[in-house]
Design a protein around this ligand. Structure first.
Ligand code: 13P
Length: 342
């Protein structure tokens, strides 16, 4: 483990005004997204869409890293250049999703455990040879009646810590993502309780595996009422609860926190991130690592006509990246949405 490499990469990922694009949907998830906009999901359409994302002009102004999927890190542009090389040339750090997905947790109905530790050391070595400098592992915590169980939180936290240690051994920065799902009708108070409990367990497990926090990025869920809750949370409520929860459960020496969008709308994700950064008393950079909230308009525009709409789709990506970049500094406002190029 080279502490300097890890610290440097982690700092670069959360550099001022910059965030991460998650473009690491598995082929199954990609199928759902492509079905929703009515285009066929084949290896070639996935390649062409991802090429549009990573070659978007000027995104490096706002984007520090892009997370790829196993298929994608092996793909090339139409002109034959490997995707990670394109990113490197733009000064964007290539990342890779290394978990093998959330599976049913035995003896615990409606709960998940993330697979992927078997053979991970070898896979990390392969990805490193392909220029990946950071990785992602997503754990899923579901809020419902009598869940999450302590068993589910513990098993997922332990797996995250084992994954993080293997990454650091390979000088790859681990993004640890214990996603507390937004699905359900739970209150923001319940979201707070579960998120705090989960994060505390995750950092306990990371400490017990001797993971160096200066070389770790937390990909966190915002503390927010469930999607079907009667009372939805305002950006101010989300910001207050999220910052309080992070301060109560995340050690100060962690390199940074990036949020997932988790099903929030594009604007909501920008407004909430902005409100969080307006509070301004956190010891870590608080940025974004969105998939849906940054890609929604991009995929929609691209899908309307993949052969002619690339530049328009890329302009949408640049715009949402800029909005979220401004939100990392508390400088986003709803008014700016009027300047949308789409
Ligand atoms: P969303 O922003 O769509 O929640 O995706 C983030 C992510 O990378 C999930 O692992």
């Amino acid at each position: 483990m080279d502490k300097n490499i890890l610290t440097k990469t982690a700092k670069a990922l959360v550099a001022l005004g910059k965030g991460i694009v998650a473009a690491d949907e598995s082929s199954g998830t990609c199928q759902k997204r492509f079905d929703a906009v009515g285009i066929p999901c084949t290896e070639e359409t996935r390649r062409a869409y991802r090429e549009a994302l990573i070659t978007a002009p000027e995104i490096e102004t706002y984007i520090s890293g892009i997370i790829l999927y196993d298929e994608t890190i092996n793909q090339k542009t139409a002109s034959g250049k490997p995707f990670p090389e394109i990113l490197k040339e733009k000064g964007i750090i290539p990342g890779i999703k290394v978990d093998m997905g959330a599976k049913d947790l035995a003896l615990h109905p409606n709960e998940k455990i993330t697979d992927g530790l078997d053979g991970l050391r070898e896979r990390l070595a392969e990805y490193k040879a392909m220029n990946a400098r950071f990785a992602k592992w997503r754990a899923v915590i579901t809020i419902g009646e009598h869940i999450p169980s302590s068993a589910c939180i513990h098993a997922n936290a332990h797996a995250l810590a084992r994954y993080a240690a293997l990454c650091q051994e390979a000088d790859i920065v681990p993004i640890i993502e214990p996603e507390v799902l937004i699905d359900g009708d739970h209150t923001i108070k319940r979201s707070y309780e579960i998120t705090e409990k989960t994060l505390k367990k995750v950092f306990e497990e990371l400490a017990s595996q001797d993971v160096m926090l200066e070389g770790v990025i937390l990909k966190a869920s915002m503390v927010i009422a469930g999607k079907s809750a009667v009372k939805q949370s305002t950006p101010e409520e989300v910001a207050e609860a999220t910052v309080k929860c992070l301060l109560a459960s995340v050690p100060k020496n962690l390199a940074g926190v990036v949020f997932l969008s988790g099903g929030q709308s594009d604007e909501q994700a920008s407004a909430n991130l902005n409100a969080i950064n307006k509070i301004g008393n956190a010891p870590w950079p608080l940025s974004f690592s969105y998939a849906r909230a940054i890609q929604n308009p991009v995929l929609k525009i691209w899908a309307e006509n993949p052969s002619t709409n690339t530049a328009k789709a890329q302009a949408a990506l640049l715009f949402r990246s800029k909005m979220n970049s401004l939100a990392t500094e508390g400088k986003y406002s709803k008014n700016l949405e009027k300047q949308r190029p789409y």
